[in-house]
Design a protein around this ligand. Structure first.
Ligand SMILES: C[S@@+](CC[C@H](N)C(=O)[O-])C[C@H]1O[C@@H](n2cnc3c(N)ncnc32)[C@H](O)[C@@H]1O
Length: 359
């Protein structure tokens, strides 16, 4: 235990709280040292002798004070890396359930074990730390490596009082879309038929089914593992009568929904980079009118091009689309954004209006 001999003020118990408040308020109390209590007195470590309160020398004395154990604020406070390396440590990371996902640049790879351990030390609820690469491929999964903690990639994430079982390696899930999901749920009107075309473990479907009153939600995904988790999550959140999870390619949605004679009042298309390739299928399953929530990752200068492409597809499908709102949801890279576009589709000749960019 480390100690330091320094000046302290001795006061009786009765005056202790009043003295502590005075010393704190006047910035005289040393917060790096621990206050001492014995049977009769309390001793406060001080920076200087206050002139106003303590006239008798007896109350000021030298004492051996124990040093406070300072709690590290962030994982960076624990790591003692060379300054130029320390400066490149990521300031943010994602937390899914009790798993941290952190992107580490190449120069930090050899420190990954230390980084993982320090993240575990400061985040007491975290049990696993994974170094991640970018989400890639058709199924939007990612390569990752467990760098500290338990050897598992499965967890349970909580969002708006709902629970989501996720495998962070085999399925896509982003806690950063929580506000967006809740926003979409707030737009849903009672008795709507909804199609979540790229549902993953079904967070959009589950939040909508819980916070709005749709008639039915069809949650589609090509990733069998995602649908297995989606079904589990639907059951756990007691929404079996509201959501049907189906393992399938969204390309086949028009055929299936035609057979079922189902038309969607609302469609969620959360497949950044590729959603535009499925816009025709979305229009084919759309009711008249239909609200489409379209998500993409785009550089600002590519935005107009993508909107024109969607208008072309609408025209081919004899639909009219109106862009209601465009939101920047998060930054993906410099000048590149995760974008949400709210579209109104009707089955008339195309008179496409231009988008309004907000956020
Ligand atoms: C970006 S994730 C979104 C998941 C979910 N909507 C969410 O917000 O967490 C896209 C999902 O689309 C699925 N996917 C990709 N291509 C697909 C296709 N052709 N048909 C159906 N699902 C597909 C992936 O497996 C992945 O789960």
């Amino acid at each position: 235990m480390k100690t330091e001999k320094t000046q302290g003020i001795q006061v009786r118990f009765k005056q202790a709280e009043q003295t502590r408040m005075f010393l704190s308020k006047n910035n005289i109390l040393r917060t790096d040292l621990r206050i001492i209590r014995d049977k009769q007195f309390v001793y406060f470590p001080i920076k200087t002798v206050p002139k106003t309160l303590f006239k008798t020398k007896n109350t000021i004395m030298e004492k051996e004070f124990e040093k406070q154990k300072t709690k590290p604020k962030t994982y960076k406070d624990i790591l003692k890396l060379p300054k130029q390396i320390q400066d490149t440590l990521p300031t943010s990371y994602d937390i899914i359930g009790d798993i941290i996902l952190i992107k580490l640049p190449k120069n930090l790879q050899k420190y990954k074990k230390n980084i993982g351990e320090s993240l575990l030390t400061v985040n007491k609820n975290i049990k696993v730390v994974c170094a991640i690469e970018a989400v890639t491929g058709e199924l939007r999964t990612r390569n990752l490596e467990i760098i500290a903690g338990e050897q598992r990639t499965t967890t349970t994430h909580k969002e708006y009082n709902l629970t989501f079982d996720v495998d962070v390696q085999k399925t896509y899930f982003s806690p950063r879309l929580a506000t967006e999901r809740k926003h979409i749920a707030s737009l849903v009107k009672p008795k709507e038929t909804i199609v979540d075309m790229f549902a993953g473990v079904a967070p959009f479907s589950i939040i909508i089914a819980s916070y709005a009153q749709p008639a039915i939600i069809y949650a589609l995904d090509k990733n069998k593992e995602a649908i297995r988790y989606a079904k589990q999550n639907i059951r756990k959140n007691k929404l079996l009568d509201k959501i049907e999870a189906i393992s399938m390619d969204a390309k086949d949605a028009p055929r299936m929904f035609k057979k079922m004679n189902v038309h969607a009042d609302r469609i969620i298309m959360n497949l950044p980079f590729s959603a535009h390739l499925f816009f025709s299928q979305a229009l084919q399953i759309a009711a008249d009118p239909c609200s489409i929530h379209y998500y993409d990752i785009l550089k600002e200068e590519k935005m107009d091009e993508r909107l024109k492409y969607l208008e072309k597809i609408a025209k081919k499908n004899k639909a009219t689309i109106t862009y209601l709102e465009t939101r920047k949801i998060k930054t993906y890279a410099p000048r590149e954004f995760y974008i949400g576009i709210d579209i109104q589709a009707t089955k008339k000749t195309c008179r496409c209006s231009s988008a309004r960019l907000s956020g």
